[in-house]
Design a protein around this ligand. Sequence first.
Ligand SMILES: Nc1ncnc2c1ncn2[C@@H]1O[C@H](COP(=O)(O)OP(=O)(O)OP(=O)(O)O)[C@@H](O)[C@H]1O
Length: 299
Amino acid sequence: MLKLKNVSVAYKENKVLDNLSLTASKGEIIGLVAPNGTGKTTLFHVMANFLKPDSGNVIFNEKNKYKSEKEELTIHKQLATFPDQSDLFDELSGVDHMKLYANMWKGTTDHIQGIIEELHMTDYVKRKTRTYSLGMRQRLCFAMMAAADTPIMLMDEVMNGLDVANVALISNRLIKMKKEQKLIFVASHLLENLDLYADRVLFLKNGKIIHEQDLNEDNETYLKMALKPEQYQKLKVDYTLPAEHLYIAKHLLCIPVQEMSMTEQSKWIERLLSFKDEELTIGPLGTVEYYEKYYHEKK
Ligand SMILES: Nc1ncnc2c1ncn2[C@@H]1O[C@H](COP(=O)(O)OP(=O)(O)OP(=O)(O)O)[C@@H](O)[C@H]1O
């Protein structure tokens, strides 16, 4: 449905995207993660043709490229980008904004009431947006995307400024959109949240996708525990850790257990539980752990 082929973008000496390629299909939510200033927004801008890459192509449905105004129009009918809160008009109401997006893309506004109810916006949506709080504005931005209802959606920082209840509300709506076969890209710093709805998470570094985590795969199970370097060293001296173990960002020990016998697993659990102050968890590596692995940062 959407293909990027060898896309490169540089701002003078600053190479932000370096020969980057990716393929995305309908019915997928793709998370995009990286520290601030790495190129997530730049990548979205290339996908939406707000920025022409220095080289490479964006291809939609195997045939459409940003080659002419006509083709751009064809693509833009299928693709909406998350509005910036600063783009909202102070003197218009939330409903007005939703109607704007609905008319621009879908050509009907019949579905708006359902979205308002689902996103719990009934109490405020008829008021002018200048009276909205940060979280209310953010929910409206999301509601505008839902109103546009395009097959492809690019969502930059969709959860910005939302409280826990609203993050859950929007996450559920994203899952519903996925079931409706939308292709949705979500750039986010809420890493654990991505594990709830994303099919894949792409990790961007030095202009490239350095890792693609498939969350639908039957991923390896790990014993996971935060250990100080000296604790880790002691464990290494006292026992032979499996060669495939990870010590992420000099902080998180992850021991793969799928190939181990039950007896061996129990031994490792016992050994780790001897570090009494630390919490032991069991499960696959999530986006948080990969993030630490690739960017060596604590959350
Ligand atoms: N118009 C521009 N001119 C020059 N440099 C730019 C421009 N836009 C972005 N950059 C640079 O490109 C790099 C990537 O920026 P981008 O906004 O794509 O990052 P990001 O991953 O979206 O960051 P954030 O998480 O903070 O939103 C940064 O170093 C930024 O300074």
